[in-house]
Every structure is written in structure tokens, then in C-alpha cells.
Unconditional design. Structure first.
Length: 163
């Protein structure tokens, strides 16, 4: 009987330990406004069948992972400026993100646009911080190790897919 109490106690301790799992909703079309609300970047994610199809293809090494047949093959950015009550498109360009950035910042007037991370891989990859010019051209794409010391990056908590 004592061993059963010890076993139940050990199981309870293991079950109560923190678990670093992720939960990702599908990437959706999202707009980011400049501070003055006169410029916006709309991000259209790459069209994947489902998150499960994406993850399965990733495990199997199939690229582009989870791609929906006939769907948008790249994440797109659409920069627009407010002109009275309407929005005027400045540019529409593919983004470097595999599916979609997790967040973006837009400077007033759209002088610079910065996107952060990739859907389902925060902190990993070559596109943790990406800077675009006002015409949509790429200034620089950076890994986390490009902006933080290696010791700091190694010390960051990680989950199944993110840092």
C-alpha cells in the first residue's frame, strides 16, 4: 500500500511540472496600422490546408509544407496609405516569411516596415526581425543570434516550436 501512495505522489509531481507546449491558431489576414493610423500593412498568409497538414509535411520534409492546391504560395504584404476615407495601395509584395509574420510595425508614412518572427516558430530561423523599405524591398533579415549574444539566446526558455 505504501508503494502505491509513493507512486501516486510521484505521478502527481510529474503531472504538475510545467509543460512548454504550443498552441497555434491558423494564420489569418491581419492589418497593422502606423502610429498616426494613416498607413497600414495588411499581411496575407500563405494558404495552407490546415495546421496539421503543415506540421505533417514539415515532419515528412515535404515543401512547401501544407500548401493548399491553387492557394497563395507566399505570404504577401500590402502597404496602403489613407487618402481621405479610402486606402490607396502603395505596393503589394511577397514577404520573406514562410507562412506569415507573427507581428509587424509600420512607421508613419510607411518609411519602414518591420515584421517579427514566423508563424509557428517564434525566435527561430532567419526571419526573426525583417526590415523592409517604403517600396517593399528588403533591407535586412535577422536571426535572433544577430541581435542577441549567443549565451543569452541559449538561456532563453523554449517550447516545442518557439523560443
Amino acid at each position: 500500500m505504501r508503494w502505491l501512495v509513493k507512486l501516486v505522489g510521484a505521478v502527481a509531481l510529474v503531472a504538475a511540472s510545467p509543460v512548454f507546449a504550443d498552441s497555434w491558431i491558423p494564420a489569418t489576414r491581419t492589418s497593422y496600422l502606423s502610429p498616426d493610423k494613416a498607413t497600414r500593412l495588411t499581411v496575407v498568409p500563405r494558404d495552407i490546408e490546415t495546421p496539421l497538414a503543415y506540421f505533417t509535411d514539415k515532419v515528412d520534409g515535404k515543401e512547401p509544407a501544407g500548401q493548399r492546391r491553387g492557394g497563395e504560395p507566399r505570404a504577401l504584404g500590402i502597404l496602403e496609405r489613407r487618402s481621405g476615407q479610402t486606402w490607396t495601395k502603395v505596393w503589394e509584395m511577397p514577404l520573406v516569411n514562410e507562412v506569415a509574420p507573427v507581428h509587424a510595425l509600420v512607421a508613419n508614412g510607411g518609411g519602414n516596415i518591420v515584421t517579427f518572427d514566423n508563424w509557428h516558430s517564434v525566435g527561430f530561423g532567419d526571419n526573426v526581425v525583417v526590415i523592409y523599405r517604403s517600396d517593399g524591398s528588403l533591407v535586412r533579415s535577422m536571426k535572433l543570434a544577430d541581435i542577441l549574444p549567443d549565451d543569452y539566446v541559449r538561456a532563453l526558455p523554449t517550447s516545442v516550436s518557439s523560443m
